[in-house]
Design a protein around this ligand. Structure first.
Ligand SMILES: N[C@@H](CCC(=O)N[C@@H](CS)C(=O)NCC(=O)O)C(=O)O
Length: 207
């Protein structure tokens, strides 16, 4: 039996953040397919115990359930001794970027991707609004990466894994990452070049 069970589904880049960490840290883990919301394999009692917020990812270890990808990454960094902070300044910097990621960098892009690439709503005022916001928030990261190989500087951390979670899906969103954000494009390649990295299509189950 694997040490960790990641309750997840393919389209969830938030789940992929945790999957990347488990792979890159060399953990023994398995994916358990779950849909958020109504899912016969994971009923209301399971959600009440595992994550009353009803969100994926949920990481299970020794019968304990953990949610919120940023917090899961933090705990995994402490347990494995990799991709974490080396001092308090780094810890602050990691959390600053993870919070920015959840609220802005991933938060807006994941909705744009969902509407354009999965729900396929066509162009609407909402997709235009989200795309403008994504471009603004990605520009912040583009500028940072112009002088840093990774978010902390010269080595990858859980901040990179959080922020990169949605960069490995290729549904059309109206943003040409390679042309518009070459620093983010190169950073994404640096992450997928890390030993042990596997793509979401290989590690996350489709439900
Ligand atoms: N901040 C949370 C976000 C989790 C999240 O939004 N998960 C999505 C899947 S990617 C979900 O479960 N959504 C269910 C819903 O919105 O009803 C995290 O980083 O874990």
């Amino acid at each position: 039996m694997a040490d960790y069970r990641l309750h997840c589904f393919y389209d969830s880049g938030n789940a992929f953040k945790v999957a990347m960490m488990l792979d890159l840290a060399g953990c023994s883990w398995e994916a358990v397919a779950v849909r958020a919301g109504d899912d016969p394999s994971h009923g209301p009692d399971w959600w009440a115990t595992a994550n009353r917020m009803g969100e994926v990812p949920v990481l299970e270890r020794n019968g304990q359930f953990h949610s919120q990808s940023g917090l899961i990454l933090h705990h995994l960094a402490q347990e494995t001794g990799v991709f974490g902070a080396r001092n308090e300044d780094e810890q602050d910097e990691i959390w600053r970027w993870i919070l920015y990621d959840n609220h802005k960098f991933t938060g807006n892009f994941s909705m744009l991707r969902y509407l354009c690439g999965i729900a396929k709503t066509g162009e609407t005022p909402i997709t235009e609004y989200l795309r403008a916001r994504v471009r603004r928030f990605w520009a912040v990261v583009e500028t940072h990466l112009a002088t840093h190989d990774f978010i902390l500087g010269d080595r990858p951390s859980i901040a990179d894994l959080s922020m990169a979670g949605y960069q490995f899906y290729d549904e059309p969103t109206g943003i040409d990452r390679a042309a518009e954000f070459p620093m983010i494009e190169a950073w994404t390649r640096r992450i997928s070049d890390l030993p042990g990295w596997r793509p979401p299509s290989v590690v996350l189950p489709r439900v």
